[in-house]
Design a binder for this molecule. Structure first.
Ligand SMILES: NC(=O)c1ccc[n+]([C@@H]2O[C@H](COP(=O)([O-])OP(=O)(O)OC[C@H]3O[C@@H](n4cnc5c(N)ncnc54)[C@H](O)[C@@H]3O)[C@@H](O)[C@H]2O)c1
Length: 339
């Protein structure tokens, strides 16, 4: 009989999977029991590090009796089909963002999980960053009133080898495998965060995207105007190669009663609140919590205690609908309404 708790099978032993292994290492509820990767050496190294059994294929991993739940950390085009296979095999799933390449596919996976009584969590771990949770509470408590204007800055200075060596570009550089660049890869976290803390969805997008520096088929630069369902306007700027950028993935929200500045979640700048009524700024110093670990705790709780998942297919679909509208707007040169 398998041990109680979650027996996690890892599909894709790359960078993101190594963070799952690190953050779950001393969690009593999660044991990594099997691992597989198309690169056998990578799988063997991961299995040796985590004590997992080496599975020669995804089918073998899904057939492992101790695998109750599957983590999918694969290139974007492989996420949805692999999640579907795991759900069809009756396993709960923890999928990496963006879960799918489009919103309809994300919704379909959500319906599949629900029909089978399985939990499908999407790893939007920024939801568990201390600054994000605090901002969500401040907004719910009415600290800034109704949002009017939001600035999202996805300003990053990635190394050029992020896209692979010049002679061997990796999946992140290829449109068919990545689905998109800095907006789908990075800004999607902030789009999810904004909806998580305000509860407001995006209803229209107007955008420009370009590939300025990256040796890639996908965009490394984007600018967009978004309209939120309450009428607020979002100004978004994203760059994967902004010279000298460090911890500049920030969100600022102006509201009817004040302004909230969410700093980059992994930096040291505090969350700041301005209250218009008393014309003062306050800073919220908080412990730098391990958002990966906290997200894994919420995910384990959802499975073991039949609670709602901390982020799911509907959340991925909402973020994907915005990303798709940004790409379509840029391609067609017009504003795109989101249904
Ligand atoms: N939540 C986060 O903060 C976060 C951070 C980084 C990456 N990610 C996401 O994680 C996913 C993976 O990204 P990464 O940076 O770890 O990529 P990666 O390239 O480091 O790892 C992907 C792994 O998948 C393996 N692989 C490819 N095709 C396979 C197949 N058919 N069968 C089995 N294995 C296969 C590769 O060999 C590689 O080891 C992406 O969805 C990415 O967006 C999320």
């Amino acid at each position: 009989m398998s041990a109680p708790g979650i027996g996690l099978g890892i599909v894709g032993c790359g960078w993101a999977a190594s963070e799952i292994a690190r953050a779950s290492a001393d969690m009593a509820d999660i044991r990594i029991v099997a691992a597989c990767d198309a690169d056998p050496a990578r799988a063997a190294e991961f299995a040796a590090k985590t004590g997992a059994a080496l599975a020669p294929s995804i089918d073998a991993l899904l057939a492992h009796p101790d695998v109750t739940t599957v983590y999918v950390g694969l290139p974007h085009h492989l996420l949805a089909p692999t999640v579907e296979r795991a759900l069809a095999a009756g396993r709960h799933v923890l999928a990496e963002k963006p879960l799918a390449l489009d919103a309809a596919e994300a919704r379909r996976l959500g319906q599949l999980a629900e029909a089978r009584g399985l939990k499908l969590t999407v790893f939007f771990e920024l939801r568990r960053a201390g600054t994000v949770e605090a901002a969500r509470k401040l907004i719910a408590d009415g600290a800034i009133g109704a949002p009017l204007l939001v600035r999202i800055r996805t300003i990053i200075d990635k190394r050029l080898d992020y896209w692979g060596a010049p002679s061997a570009l990796n999946w992140r550089a290829r449109k068919a495998e990545a689905g998109g660049g800095v907006v789908l890869m990075n800004t999607i976290h902030q789009l999810d965060t904004l909806r998580y803390i305000t509860g407001l969805k995006v209803v229209r997008a107007s955008a420009e995207i370009a590939t300025m520096v990256a040796p890639a088929e996908v965009e490394d630069t984007a600018s967009a105007s978004l309209r939120l369902v309450n009428g607020a306007i979002v100004s978004l700027v994203a760059s994967a190669h902004s010279p000298g950028a460090v911890n500049e993935e920030a969100i600022e929200i102006e509201g009817t009663l004040g302004r909230l500045d969410l700093p980059a979640p992994f930096g040291t700048t505090p969350l700041r609140l301005y209250r218009t009524a008393d014309k003062t700024w306050s800073e919220f110093a908080m412990a730098r919590l391990d958002s990966h670990r906290l997200m894994l705790e919420s995910f384990a709780d959802a499975i073991l205690n039949d609670h709602p998942v901390p982020a799911g297919a509907a959340d991925a679909a909402a973020a994907l609908a915005t990303v798709q509208a940004i790409y379509r707007s840029a391609a067609e040169g017009r504003a795109i309404d989101i249904g």
